[in-house]
Design a binder for this molecule. Sequence first.
Ligand code: NOJ
Length: 447
Amino acid sequence: MAFNENFTWGVATASYQIEGGADADDKGLNVWDVASDTKGRIFEGHSGRVGCDHYHKWKEDVALMRSLGVKAYRFSVNWARLIPAGTGRVSEAGKKFYLDLLRELKAAGIEPWLTLFHWDYPYALYQRGGWLNPESSDWFEKYAKVCAELFGEYVSRFILINEPECFVGLGHYSGEHAPFLKLSVGDVARAAHNVLLACGKAEKIIRKTCARPVKIGTAQAYWPALPLTEGDVGAARAHTFACRAYFGSPALWLDPLLKGKYPQDYLAWFAENGFVPPAEDMEIIKSRLDFCGLNTYSGDLVKEVGGKAVAVVPPPSVPKTDMRWNVLPQAMYYGPKFIYERYGLPVVYTENGVALSEWKDLNGEINDDSRIDFLKRYLRELHRAAQEVPVEGYFYWTLYDNFEWAEGFSKKFGIVHFDPETRERTPKKSAHFYKKVIETNGEEIFG
Ligand code: NOJ
């Protein structure tokens, strides 16, 4: 009942959510630093400027992961820490920080999975128009080249961009995330197109720059439609990839990258809003990816009515997490199947986890039994999927409680408790459970 023998077990984090050190050395500002400084942007005025102080505690954090038996670590590079102005001069301090981290991981036998961009966009580039600037994909290409040159010796898996659905959709359309813009559909489509160009250029430059073969993938915010009954599978599949006049469908991102074309419904929606993607860009966007990274927390229940998917409100018996997301473990079964059927690429769960309202007991323990239960339920469904389609790995989101964007520190996803006052890290009961899951290559989830 174990997973495949080469299955990768890891934990994931992101630079802005854990690093802190916002003004350390010559680091440049990014859009989330600015949001943290702006009143009313973040829950109860929380700030990521000190974050979990990983910038100073990285050694301790690698030791923590090692003690948990973690095999792989997914983290991201803070672009403006490495290149303060977003383009041009590389910071010696930034370079040293990531090289020290990578060397420490290597010594601990932990495989680094490096995400190039997890939302902390350099503020200097934002002031030049950000993702709307026609040069934005070239800036990203140059940044990717620097990362490949400096870190390619240590990194065998690169993830290009984390959840474009969110930083484009929430950041540029609905205005819930930095840079808190509410642009027109046409302008957001232009920004999305530049993000896709950036991915295509980065994929090519990384392969060209790295001396040894590397694997390159994405990390999609993937919230599949889920069939209410077996008879609703076709409708759920179609709904998962449909445009639905929003920027969250995986097809908007993965069709251009993997098939070299936008889905018809997106082309129509964009054209109605005055944007026609230049045909000659599609060859640049089209990429050779090695795996499809998925970040899944839940899904949307649907049933088929007259050949169409209709949303179903989950019954009140379905538990909700502290994010008010429905606990629907079958997302881990249908999700990878839908992706593999459409794109034929192996799947990696680059994120999955649960936020719970919990605290340290008087005796200093965090008995997060519901997180253990969540892990068992979601991983059993993933195991079921892995019997049918290639699934290469699973990264729990996240190592320790951290800065959950506009929610600040109020949402706790970690298997390790983090105290923002003392900055102390304390493994929760689920950390010990996850360690056993890794040791048994998954068998522990059936216990
Ligand atoms: C997806 C994002 O990549 C990550 O940054 C975030 O903290 C988790 N989901 C939980 O919301």
